[in-house]
Write a protein that binds this ligand. Structure first.
Ligand code: NAP
Length: 285
């Protein structure tokens, strides 16, 4: 059980965890915190948090659990703001989509890698943002990856694990760098492709016609291009090296496909599509 949870950044991710923990009766009191009082008032109206503070140092006072669910570029400023106000037993975790950058930002803010900080990443989300988009079932049956460092206390990791499990998630642990490589391929690369495709098509002169005749496949493939641009800019910068490596591999594979089409190499084209279909059918099944 959590006595007082402080959620810094009550958007899709933080708001959904607050809703899930409240529904599971796993928390007594929830404090919301961020920059904009209007957003936080909305969170109170929706019953997502009990009360709010715009001063982060005040917000974390007395909290036994703190979730930092702000864009990656804001992590350093948030940890700098809260470091002097955390209680001795407080555990802090985050939800950032790339982990090495967060671990570095926390170390830079605190001056060392703290035992009370458990880096985390829920592998769940939608293309919507803000507290209005949050919902209690977001984490049901979904994975959460924790990437404790060698300095993270086992008790803190256990407490964060129990919190995500109460929200319905399946929790795994992974090394920070391995997490960033895996997520570069499975999440960050597809988002780059969706953003780049839609941006490229939007610049074509027949743009209106392209979107008018776009069918279900285009809608499925490009849904994630409606995701928050600030969040994804921060992810690109934070996971730059792993993302560039996976983009380079993909660029080579796309060149192979283009060459097969150029050469009218039917068997090569068929083999690429058959391999893709088998992999996707296996994954979807
Ligand atoms: P979101 O809905 O836009 O919420 C972000 C929240 O952060 C807002 O409530 C915003 O409130 C607050 N915020 C922004 N800058 C801040 C600052 N400098 N200080 C304090 N609060 C600040 O975003 P989200 O989708 O929940 O994403 C949050 C985190 O989860 C990100 O790190 C993201 O990488 C990660 N994540 C997202 C997804 C996804 O699918 N969306 C999935 C997994 C992980 P104010 O405007 O009031 O400050």
């Amino acid at each position: 059980m959590i006595k007082r949870l402080c959620v810094i950044g009550v958007g899709l991710i933080g708001g959904s965890l607050a809703r899930a923990l409240r529904e599971a009766k796993f928390v007594d009191e929830i404090i919301g915190a961020s920059r904009n009082a209007g957003h936080l008032q909305k969170a109170v109206q929706l019953g997502v948090v009990d009360r709010y503070e715009t001063d982060l140092a005040v917000a974390v006072k007395g909290a036994d659990m703190v979730l930092v669910s702000v864009p990656l570029g804001a992590m350093n400023a948030v940890f700098t703001a809260i470091k002097g106000s955390l209680g001795v037993d407080a555990v802090v975790t985050d939800a950032g989509s790339a982990k090495a950058g967060v671990v570095e930002a926390v170390k830079a803010a605190i001056g060392e890698q703290p035992a009370w900080f458990v880096p985390g990443h829920p592998i769940a989300g939608t293309e919507q943002s803000g507290v209005e988009a949050s919902f209690a079932d977001l984490y049901k049956g979904r994975r959460v990856i924790l990437t404790p460092t060698e300095k993270t206390s086992a008790a803190a990791t256990q407490k964060v694990r129990a919190m995500w499990e109460a929200a319905g998630a399946i929790v795994n642990e992974m090394d920070v760098d391995h997490h960033d490589e895996v997520l570069a391929a499975t999440s960050h690369l597809p988002h780059m492709l969706a953003f780049a495709l839609v941006e490229s098509l939007a610049r074509m002169s027949e743009q209106r016609e392209i979107f008018e005749y776009a069918a279900g496949g285009f809608r499925d493939f490009t849904r994630i291009a409606s995701s928050d641009p600030v969040m994804w800019r921060d992810i690109c910068i934070a996971n730059r090296d792993a993302l560039l490596a996976t983009l380079e591999t993909f660029r080579g594979d796309l060149d192979d496909l283009a060459a097969a089409i150029q050469d009218r190499d039917e068997s090569r084209i068929l083999s690429i599509f058959q391999d893709a279909k088998a992999a996707r059918d296996g994954f979807a099944g």
